[in-house]
Write a new protein. Structure first.
Length: 81
């Protein structure tokens, strides 16, 4: 998957949660940067991260539906739907 950054990304270090499978599965992550179009997430391993999920960022009141744009061993780049 090719990485395509759009928009100005803001550096951040906010805790987040990858939520999927009807909210029955949760993976903790760290949000490294975010823009209106997407984000970069860091986690111990990307094994088990699905192609589509909701991202819940600490201090935000709503989940963001996401699609994986790229991933490596410890990082996932997502676009917001």
């Amino acid at each position: 998957m090719a990485e395509r950054k759009t928009g100005q990304r803001r550096r951040t270090l906010k805790p987040g949660k990858i939520v999927f499978d009807r909210r029955s599965c949760v993976i903790d992550c760290m949000v490294r940067n975010v823009s209106a179009a997407g984000a970069c997430l860091v986690l111990p391993s990307t094994v088990g991260v699905p192609d589509r999920f909701d991202l819940v960022i600490a201090a935000e009141s709503y989940p963001r539906p996401c699609r994986v744009a790229w991933k490596d061993d410890t990082r996932v780049g997502v676009t917001f739907k």
